[in-house]
Design a binder for this molecule. Structure first.
Ligand SMILES: [Zn+2]
Length: 431
């Protein structure tokens, strides 16, 4: 009864090619789902154990006398669907029909694996955020019986996205969505799926992150406060050197804390810690007093300014600096958020001061080690505008020393002329 019987009367109606569960299929090939319990499963020796459904042991398919294969899932629902599909395929084969033409279905797991391999080959360093996020998508889809990428619908993506609780302030949802979109665009471009479902969803708003640089007064108060917190002389010097390094290099906390001595050249240039492979090397010039402070800063490891990897792990080091900064900020009376990463304020100050002084955002982006200038714009666009306002004010100030065209004497009236001039000057400065 398990043979591929081709005898008997088969009407044309029975041969309607369908995938999925069909009421019209000829049921002479039966594929059975069964559980292959693990050696530790308490249900493995019970009667009819193969049909026990309440554990999470791997499921298998069997048909004919000795054919079997893994169902590739631990979900009974998915396995049963797979069994029905396999029955149809076996029947078509037994009847000598061509297999139905359809894209070779790729499971979500296979697609993700290939995606990350491909990205690595293209030299794209994958963030752990992307891996985690796409892993969440896979879990969400699996819980809804979708094992193939093709089964992930626009509706499913919409519902999944609605469950996100990422912090909006950190740009979370918009950034996460761009990760998902990149994945689906890629999958579609290499024909793993017949359409790009992510393109059907609207994008999410980018919440502008309010960056808070420090004023000159706040910087002075913070440096002064380092000696008022009851820290030992050694720690006090450590904290002050660290603050100045971050303020004048824009290094992120972990990069500053684990900075290698060899990266500071004799010319006081600091070699950029993070840089993309294709970019030329970027140097950050340090003011000579800051470079001198760094060089003379004692540390119990010869290779690093602040770190001793034999004594402390990176995360603990970052926490330690975070704790010291909290002390110093409180002592100096500089307001801050409870969860705020205070050392970031110095990095922001570095970026904003450069922008206000007229350095182009593309250059600031390179100095900060951002991958694209879009990231820099997300944080600092307000300060580019601020610079434009300053420029405009300066241009208008300069008019007081010039003879402006009069409304009657020139075709253009003074107001129009002034705004055109201002735009031209600003364009020239920004380009
Ligand atoms: Zn089991």
């Amino acid at each position: 009864m398990y043979c591929f019987c081709t005898a008997g009367q088969i009407s044309a109606r029975d041969l309607v090619p369908t995938f999925g569960i069909s009421s019209q299929r000829i049921s002479n090939v039966v594929v059975t789902v069964y559980a292959r319990h693990s050696s530790t499963c308490p249900h493995r020796n019970m009667k009819n154990a193969g049909q026990y459904r309440r554990c999470k042991c791997p499921l298998w398919l069997r048909w004919g006398k000795r054919h079997k294969r893994s169902a590739g899932t631990r979900s009974w629902e998915i396995a049963i669907k797979g069994a029905r599909k396999l029955e149809e395929e076996l029947e078509r084969k037994a009847l000598g029909l061509e297999p139905l033409k359809r894209p070779a279905a790729t499971t979500i797991d296979e697609a993700l694996e290939l995606y990350f391999v491909d990205r690595a080959q293209r030299g794209i360093k994958e963030s752990s955020k992307a891996k985690r996020l796409l892993g969440l998508l896979r879990n969400y889809a699996h819980a809804r019986n979708a094992i193939y990428l093709e089964d992930v619908s626009a509706r499913m993506l919409t519902e999944w996205r609605a469950t996100w609780t990422f912090n909006r302030q950190s740009g979370g949802p918009a950034v996460a969505w761009s990760i998902v979109k990149t994945f689906f665009r890629w999958a579609h471009s290499i024909d793993l799926v017949s359409s790009n479902v992510s393109a059907k969803l609207q994008s999410l708003p980018i919440v502008r992150t309010q960056v808070q640089p420090l004023t000159k007064d706040e910087m002075a108060r913070l440096l002064a406060a380092t000696s008022q917190c009851g820290l030992s002389t050694e720690v006090e010097q450590r904290v002050r050197t660290f603050i100045l390094l971050q303020r004048w290099s824009g290094l992120a906390c972990v990069d500053a804390a684990t900075l290698k001595r060899e990266l500071l050249g004799d010319d006081d240039n600091l070699t950029q810690v993070h840089r993309t492979k294709t970019d030329a090397e970027v140097f950050i010039p340090l003011p000579p007093p800051v470079a001198a402070m760094l060089r003379s800063h004692p540390n119990d490891h010869p290779d690093y300014f602040f770190w001793n990897p034999d004594r402390m792990a990176k995360p603990s080091l970052v926490c330690q600096f975070g704790d010291w900064m909290r002390l110093v900020f409180d002592k100096a009376g500089v307001k801050h958020g409870q969860q705020e990463m205070l050392t970031h304020r110095f990095r922001h100050t570095f970026a904003v001061e450069l922008l206000l002084a007229g350095v182009r955002i593309e250059q600031v982006s390179k100095l900060l080690g951002h991958k694209t200038v879009r990231t820099t714009e997300r944080y600092y666009s307000a300060w580019v505008k601020e610079r434009q306002r300053k420029l405009e004010a300066e241009v208008k100030q300069a008019w007081s020393k010039m003879e402006l065209p009069t409304a009657s004497g020139a075709r253009m009236n003074a107001a129009a002329a002034s705004s055109n001039l201002a735009e031209a000057v600003i364009d020239g400065m920004i380009q």
